[in-house]
Design a protein. Structure first.
Length: 56
């Protein structure tokens, strides 16, 4: 959402955080099991399309 990747390096009290700024990008997701996704993940996608399976 903010076009940055936060990475934690190390463990415990000596761990430090590294922020990597990312260029703007578009992410496309697809699944055949939308019900298996958590609601917060589904809500991140602004457009939801449902496609039918190919017939013979």
């Amino acid at each position: 959402e903010d076009y940055a990747l936060d990475i934690i390096i190390g463990k415990g009290p000596s761990a430090r955080s590294l922020r990597i700024d990312l260029p703007h990008f578009t992410l496309v997701g697809a699944t055949t099991r939308a019900g298996a996704l958590t609601a917060p993940l589904r809500d991140r996608f602004g457009i939801i399309n449902r496609l039918d399976f190919y017939g013979s």
